[in-house]
Ligand binder design. Structure first.
Ligand code: ARG
Length: 459
């Protein structure tokens, strides 16, 4: 049978394959709430502008409330033949209220409608993610406070570099997540303009009030250009970009958890709740949740790429290609909802092995920089020369199979005769960490201040 929505021009129905490729209802039914809300705002505006009668407006409003209730209560039958959420809702509205339903689509197109719905949905998703990120920051800050004085090796090139505190390391992620939240807030700000009233692409001859619908839907203002309004998907791209960066942050942390609970490190233990065993090796405890957070980051980055590639060759304005915009966005949001929650769970359950971390500091001559700094400060050596002297001392310690702090003073003097006892105050990891009091540094007192500041700023 011909389509009831545009049957005027069509005699035959769609091929079965056409229906399958064309229908988006399985995906976009997810924003039924936004669709109904936007339709109600549009209808109210049509009434206020004298374009639709108050009776018809009231019937539409009531009918849409009923459609909403039917969907929420699972009593609604979605139809692929009706393509998408917009047509499904409107068709049901017609069954409920009859003729007035046909007036709802005055001065509107699915092009501005879908752009409006999608922005509303992304806006809600942004707010939800911000809340979850805040919770993850809370978990990290809480841990950082407990571990403000816990010494561990800091790494560059994954080689032991300088001692830091575990709390300091955790707070690094709090900062990254703070910028992620900032990116989401920026994205929200730019996307919060209303496409509604752009109609198909050119605007409309009806005396509509775009300011009113924008306000009713919580947008800051109407979008300025009707062509841009129906063509733009950069709000979705910007959102996915921010989510991809966030996913990279979560993935780096997940990778560190995987490393830290591996046999070579054993700095932390993950709880039963976030690990699995092996079906063959009884001794195993695998960090699956962390690995999946790391793996799923690839998926989110893929979602961004999928939409970038869909959009890059499209002429203005709307093309059906753009119907492919929703799935990657929904997928990225669902994926990150899980990843953020799993990360927060792992952080809260983490068993920290302070002794193992401290022991790891006795390898790698981790206070070599402190020794070089001491030579500069106390003996007035140029840093390059101090670096050289320290290098020779590291070689000696290596040959002797001991740590720098364990080298006898005579050995130290054999390389640089002016070295005196004072040097013993900088050679332990405790001393090294305590001395790094510069702003943003790893000294425990600074870490405690930083945790308090982060609490103030982000929670
Ligand atoms: N389901 C469509 C989408 O998501 C709605 C817009 C359809 N517009 C059109 N001109 N066919 O993109």
């Amino acid at each position: 049978a011909a389509n009831s929505m545009w049957g005027g021009r069509f005699a035959g129905g769609a091929d079965r394959v056409m229906e399958a490729i064309n229908a988006s209802i399985d995906i976009d039914r997810r924003f039924y709430r936004q669709d109904i809300r936007a339709s109600q705002a549009h209808a109210a505006m049509l009434v206020a502008q004298g374009i639709v009668s108050a009776e018809d407006g009231a019937a539409i409003h009531r009918g849409l409330d009923q459609v909403l209730a039917e969907i929420e209560e699972g009593r609604f039958t979605f139809s692929r033949a009706l393509e998408d959420i917009h047509m499904n809702v409107e068709a049901r509205l017609k069954e409920i209220v009859g003729e007035p339903a046909g007036r709802l689509h005055t001065a509107r197109s699915r092009n501005d409608q879908v752009a409006t719905d999608f922005r509303l949905w992304v806006r809600d998703a942004l707010d939800g993610l911000d809340e979850r990120l805040r919770d993850l920051q809370a978990a990290l800050i809480g841990r950082a406070e407990q571990e403000a004085g816990t010494l561990m090796p800091g790494y560059t090139h994954l080689q032991a570099a300088q001692p830091v505190t575990f709390g300091h390391h955790l707070l690094a992620y709090v900062e990254m997540l703070g910028r992620d939240r900032g990116r989401l807030a920026d994205c929200r700000e730019r996307l919060n303009e209303s496409p509604l009233g752009a109609a198909a692409l050119a605007g409309t001859s009806f005396p509509i009030d775009r300011e009113a619908t924008a306000r009713a839907l919580g947008f800051d203002r109407p979008m300025a250009n009707s062509i841009d309004a129906v063509s733009d998907r950069d709000f979705a791209l910007e959102f996915l970009s921010a989510l991809s960066i966030l996913a990279v942050h979560l993935s780096r942390f997940a990778e560190e958890l995987v490393l830290w609970c591996s046999e070579g490190f054993r700095f932390v233990g993950l709880s039963d709740a976030f690990t699995t065993g092996s079906s063959i090796m009884p001794q195993k405890r695998n960090p699956d949740a962390a690995e999946l957070v790391r793996g799923k980051a690839g998926r989110v980055i893929g979602d961004l790429n999928a939409l970038l590639i869909v959009m890059k060759g499209l002429p203005l304005t709307y093309g059906k290609d753009m119907q492919e915009d929703k799935e990657p966005v929904f997928d990225a949001v669902d994926t990150l909802d899980l990843c953020i929650a799993a990360t927060a769970g792992m952080v809260r359950d983490l068993a920290v092995d302070r002794e193992r971390m401290r022991k790891a500091l006795s390898a790698g001559f981790i206070t070599a920089t402190d020794l070089a700094d001491w030579l500069v400060r106390e003996l007035g050596l140029p840093f390059r020369e101090a670096h050289h002297v320290t290098g020779s001392l590291v070689a000696k310690a290596e040959a002797a199979g001991c740590d720098l702090a364990a080298l006898p003073l005579a050995e130290l003097r054999s390389v640089e005769p002016r070295i005196h006892e004072g040097v013993l105050s900088v050679l332990t990891p405790e001393q090294a960490v305590a001395s790094r009091v510069s702003l943003g540094g790893t000294a425990p007192e600074r870490v405690r201040e930083a945790a308090a500041a982060a609490r103030e700023r982000w929670l």
